[in-house]
Unconditional design. Structure first.
Length: 227
């Protein structure tokens, strides 16, 4: 503690910092709530930031973004490189609406150039709310800890009825089969979840089939959207 600075001074300074942090959080929410309703219906695509242009997963995400755009869906991503860039790029290639919800990080997260709208967020939890709040469906391609976090948080929100039971589609059975086996044999078999929880998500390999699943669900349920 600096000379002449009391504990009260330190506490007072901390309280002021926390108050300003609250305003910043509110500002992030307001920006998202103000901008994103104009882009409905939307599908959120998750996946690794480390996938490179030309790799199979990049091309898969790019085709997926294009298929979604052709059917009139906006494509929402985390706004960065890799899978996010590819999905945004595919949507833009087809003249669709391509939205990047970027997070400020010290590495790996510069906004990609393939968006019609980019929003920048300071806090992960605000960004995640926006990626979920306005989505008609969730598609997850291979990814790391962030993608796994988004997968489990999303299916938990559906399981606990905090959000509509939207389609959650895992693209690339070769990547996801190990996790699916563990969930069936290590979680379901022990009774930690029910069989109905396994129906929250599906595994798919082809963008056209994934988009057909989403269209089928949306045609039946889009009137239930309450913003």
């Amino acid at each position: 503690m600096a000379k002449g600075v009391t504990l009260f001074d330190e506490f007072n300074h901390l309280c002021k910092e926390e108050a300003w942090r609250m305003f910043r959080i509110i500002g992030d929410f307001v920006e998202g709530f103000d901008a994103l309703p104009a882009f409905l219906p939307a599908v959120t695509v998750f996946g690794s930031a480390r996938v490179k242009n030309g790799e199979r997963i990049y091309e898969l995400a790019r085709r997926l973004g294009g298929e979604l755009a052709k059917e009139g869906f906006s494509v929402f991503t985390g706004g960065g490189p890799g899978v996010m860039e590819a999905a945004n790029r595919g949507a833009l290639d087809e003249g669709g609406r391509s939205v990047g919800l970027n997070i400020e990080l010290p590495h790996e997260q510069k906004p990609n150039p393939y968006t019609t709208l980019t929003l920048n967020f300071h806090y992960f939890f605000v960004r995640k709310v926006m990626l979920v709040r306005y989505a008609t469906a969730f598609i997850l391609l291979p990814g790391g800890l962030g993608t796994l976090d988004e997968f489990f948080e999303t299916i938990l929100l559906i399981q606990t009825c905090k959000i509509h039971p939207f389609p959650v589609i895992l693209m690339g059975s070769d990547y996801w089969q190990g996790l699916m086996g563990w969930i069936r044999e290590g979680v379901l078999a022990k009774g930690y979840i029910g069989q109905e929880d396994m129906d929250i998500f599906q595994v798919e390999d082809y963008p056209q089939k994934a988009v057909k699943r989403i269209i089928s669900w949306y045609d039946q349920h889009h009137r239930e959207f309450v913003l």
